[in-house]
Design a protein around this ligand. Structure first.
Ligand SMILES: O=C(O)C1=C[C@@H](OP(=O)(O)O)[C@@H](O)[C@H](O)C1
Ligand SMILES: C=C(OP(=O)(O)O)C(=O)O
Length: 430
């Protein structure tokens, strides 16, 4: 909970000595695992989650659901079993630094009978929550937030959420919308949610939410832009098979692009709920080749790494790794459309501007992004700000720049605890 900090684990990023060629097997998508857990917890019977992500974000989500009375059996090697029970407080939920927990669990906690308290890591208290708290209040939920509108917060559930219509400004995070929709079928009147404000980022994550809701049996209408309607109804227990995490694969693909090697993500499905087209386009624009085959999804470096101009709003969580690639490219890059990532695990725009400048890049910071000019690069101490994707960015720069030392690689446990070992193995194959 707030105030508890894990011991820092400094780490020297290994440099590549030649092209990296490897097939990687990565754990399940964080976003899909989080949604499967919530939908399973609200289901009409047991669910099975095959190939879940086993990392801090999903482990804490499981613990939070258990605290609310849901049985989550995570003892299976690659198979979790979720057995719903009556949701009840009192309970305390540690959200860690997970946006998916702090935005997805309070709407479910509102369905519990009793008091549920939420808090997390020190920086979790800075992450935006105001719009989802206000929306829950407008839907009849009693909820207390900190004076700044976020964590710590207390949901005083009565066992019933009236639901109905509500307007929200979700420009700060798509997770406000996803969080409300995931529990909405259990609201007495369902939910009609209308977004008003600057565009909602991360559209593919919203589609993942509506796909998975429908797969669980919910009736969802998203035919009007920025309006979502979920009818009240039953969510069915079912088996979820989680896809390999595409965002977690990004640094591994980057290693192929930087070294002129080839990295295949094994187990990639023919039909994906993750933004594979957007990710493929970015790597292609950077100069790499992306192909799909029975072996998986492959990114092949061509020896050319081009600077790019890109609006990353749909895939904003890739900004740190794409920025690292921009540092190593043959010309300047401009990455825009991601103002809201100032509210991610850290203010990623400010953090990238500071750390990439330390390794020698020319960086201009905009309200909604960065301009990055490759420069004479050098090793440096790279602050990771408890942010797994800042660690990934540092590792990518370190492939080509000896002496990049991360202040902490332990933060990668948020979504991929085995990152340091997998990365070292990968680079050893160069
Ligand atoms: O719903 C999800 O699983 C996510 C949505 C996105 O959040 P934002 O819309 O806040 O960027 C993404 O960046 C995050 O990593 C995961
Ligand atoms: C923004 C991210 O995470 P979260 O789910 O905590 O918002 C991320 O993983 O890049």
């Amino acid at each position: 909970m707030a105030g508890v900090t894990a011991e820092l684990r400094p780490w020297l990023a290994p440099s590549a000595t030649g092209p990296v060629t490897a097939t990687v097997r990565l754990p399940g998508s964080k976003s899909m695992t989080a949604r499967a857990l919530i939908l399973a917890a609200l289901g009409d019977g047991p669910s099975v989650i095959e190939a879940p992500l086993k990392a801090r974000d999903t482990t804490l989500m499981s613990s939070g659901l258990r605290a609310l009375g849901v049985e989550v059996d995570t003892s299976g090697e690659d198979r979790w079993v979720v057995t719903p029970g009556p949701l009840r407080g009192p309970a305390r939920v540690d959200v860690g630094l997970a946006g998916t927990i702090m935005r997805f669990l309070p709407p479910a906690a509102a369905l519990a009978d009793g008091v549920v308290e939420f808090d997390g890591d020190p920086h979790a208290r800075n992450r935006p929550m105001g719009p989802i708290v206000a929306a829950l209040r407008a839907l009849g939920v009693e909820i207390e937030a900190s004076p700044t509108g976020g964590l710590p917060l207390t949901v005083r559930g009565s066992g019933l959420v009236e639901g109905g219509e509500v307007v929200i400004d979700a420009s700060g995070s798509s997770q406000f919308v996803s969080g409300l929709l995931l529990s909405a079928a259990r609201f007495a009147k369902g939910l009609t949610l209308r977004h008003e404000g600057p565009p909602v980022p991360s559209a593919p994550h919203l589609r993942m939410t509506t796909h998975m809701l429908r797969a669980a049996g919910a009736e969802v209408d998203e035919s009007v832009p920025d309006v979502w309607r979920v009818e009240p109804g039953t969510l069915r227990g079912r088996t979820w098979t989680i896809e390999p995490d595409l965002s977690g694969a990004a640094p591994f693909f980057a290693a192929a692009a930087v070294t002129g090697g080839s990295v295949t993500l094994a187990g990639w499905p023919a039909d994906s709920w993750q933004p594979v087209d957007q990710v493929s386009r970015i790597f292609t624009d950077l100069g790499a080749e992306v192909t799909r085959s029975a072996e998986g999804l492959t990114v092949r470096g061509t020896g050319t790494l081009r600077g790019i101009t890109a609006d990353l709003s749909e895939v904003s969580e890739l900004t740190p790794v794409v920025s690292a690639l921009a540092v190593l490219a043959d010309g300047p890059s401009e990455l825009r459309g991601v103002e809201h990532i100032r509210g991610h695990e850290t203010d990623r725009i400010a953090a990238l501007a500071t750390e990439l400048a330390k390794v020698g890049a020319g960086v201009t910071e905009f309200r909604d992004g960065l301009r990055i000019e490759p420069g004479a690069l050098r090793g440096a101490s790279f602050e990771t700000y408890a942010d797994h994707r800042m660690a990934h960015a540092a590792a990518v720069v370190g492939l080509a720049v000896p002496g990049v030392e991360l202040t902490d690689v332990g933060c990668t446990s948020k979504t991929l605890p085995e990152f340091p070992e997998l990365w070292a193995e990968l680079v050893a194959r160069s």
